[in-house]
Design a protein around this ligand. Structure first.
Ligand SMILES: NC(=O)c1ccc[n+]([C@@H]2O[C@H](COP(=O)([O-])OP(=O)(O)OC[C@H]3O[C@@H](n4cnc5c(N)ncnc54)[C@H](OP(=O)(O)O)[C@@H]3O)[C@@H](O)[C@H]2O)c1
Length: 330
């Protein structure tokens, strides 16, 4: 088969289309003929050599895909050859075919095209497993998302609104703020021109928000804690810059705050299966009702993966960037 190979750590041009071995499936896996894959920030870090695939995972980038099942392992009962699906991957989406544990596969939600469903598993599993399963955001609560226009953010806004939360976002341009507003965000803060912590206080009459989803990390840590309500929960899913930070513990004591962090990719298949099944139960109905829709900024043929990476690194996009396999015939 053909796949995009990271020929050495570096700039986007290290992504090269090459002929590689077909993946082999284990007894509890299915083989998917890939229709589309979507970019995630992790792909950029992997290309730069900063985010190696977990042990046993495909070496090719790509944390999610959609496609048609081409073969099933002998222990797999739910899926059959020909099923149209999307899947959460530990890697390997930038390829013609990918092997994935059956527990990480989801049906394509009715109303969403096979191609666009590729951009759902990573954001849905990340947001559901953090904001809802761990931070327990619930109806009537307030929720701040940093990077509201990101792939993660555009999904989180819609899901949180659907669950009845009041949603605050930060983003770095007026165009991005407007896009987040269109998706349902209630309070949109330009972090380049405004102090988000001050604005959160102003909008909540001094209380702060109940839950924050953060991917900025250390530089935002104290300000995030300052922006939380009593019993507030901060969930950190990324660190765009520094990893180390000092905090004032008095804010944690006084307002009984919780700080959590996690990554999805490194979890074992059993954990991922639990999350994927929770997503199917709780998120898929919202997608089927049209309350949550994929936000696709641009499609690229896989042979232009380097161009797609450049776009993601430029931060001009709003929502997800998709790769589809037109190239395999070119
Ligand atoms: N832990 C996990 O399991 C997990 C899973 C998936 C993703 N993630 C993390 O989630 C984050 C988003 O991922 P993605 O794939 O959705 O990325 P993405 O679409 O590339 O979006 C990243 C966004 O971050 C925004 N940003 C940069 N600096 C910011 C700041 N100081 N304040 C607010 N926004 C800022 C940029 O928008 P502006 O132009 O507005 O700055 C950009 O749109 C990444 O950090 C990624 O590593 C974690």
């Amino acid at each position: 088969m053909k796949a995009i190979v990271i020929t050495s750590p570096g700039e986007p041009e290290v992504l090269q289309l090459q002929e590689v071995e077909d993946p082999e499936i284990k007894h509890d896996e299915v083989l998917i003929k890939v229709e589309a894959t979507a970019l995630n920030k992790g792909d950029i870090y992997q290309r730069k050599g900063l985010y190696p695939p977990p042990k046993g995972a495909s070496l090719y980038p790509g944390l999610e895909c959609s496609g048609t099942i081409e073969s099933v392992g002998r222990n797999v009962s739910r899926w059959k050859v020909g099923d149209q699906v999307c899947a959460l991957l530990a890697g390997g989406g930038y390829a013609e075919k990918v092997a994935v544990p059956a527990g990480q596969v989801l049906p394509v939600p009715p109303g969403v095209s096979l191609k666009d469903s590729a951009c759902l598993p990573e954001v849905a599993c990340t947001v559901w497993s953090t904001v809802f399963m761990k931070s327990h955001l619930s109806s009537g609560e307030t929720f701040l998302i940093h990077g509201g226009s990101s792939g993660i953010g555009t999904f989180a806004i819609q899901m949180a609104k659907h669950q009845g939360a009041r949603v605050f976002i930060t983003a770095g341009s007026e165009e991005k703020l407007a896009a987040c507003k269109n998706l349902g965000a209630d309070v949109c803060i330009n972090y380049k021109t405004e102090d988000f912590a001050a604005r959160v206080k102003q909008e909540t009459e001094g209380r702060g928000v109940d839950v924050i989803l953060d991917s900025v990390g250390a530089p935002y840590l104290q300000k995030n804690l300052d922006s939380l309500n009593v019993d507030g929960r901060l969930f950190i899913i990324g660190a765009l810059s520094a990893m180390a930070a000092e905090i004032n513990l008095s804010s944690l004591f006084a307002r009984r705050l919780t700080i959590q962090a996690s990554t999805l990719r490194g979890r074992n298949p059993e954990d991922k299966e639990i999350i994927v099944r929770e997503v199917e139960k709780n998120v898929w109905p919202a997608i089927m009702e049209g309350k949550v829709t994929p936000v696709v900024y641009k499609y690229f043929p896989v042979c232009e993966a380097a161009e797609a990476h450049r776009l993601m690194e430029s931060s001009k996009h709003i929502g997800k960037i998709l790769l589809f396999p037109l190239l395999y015939r070119s």
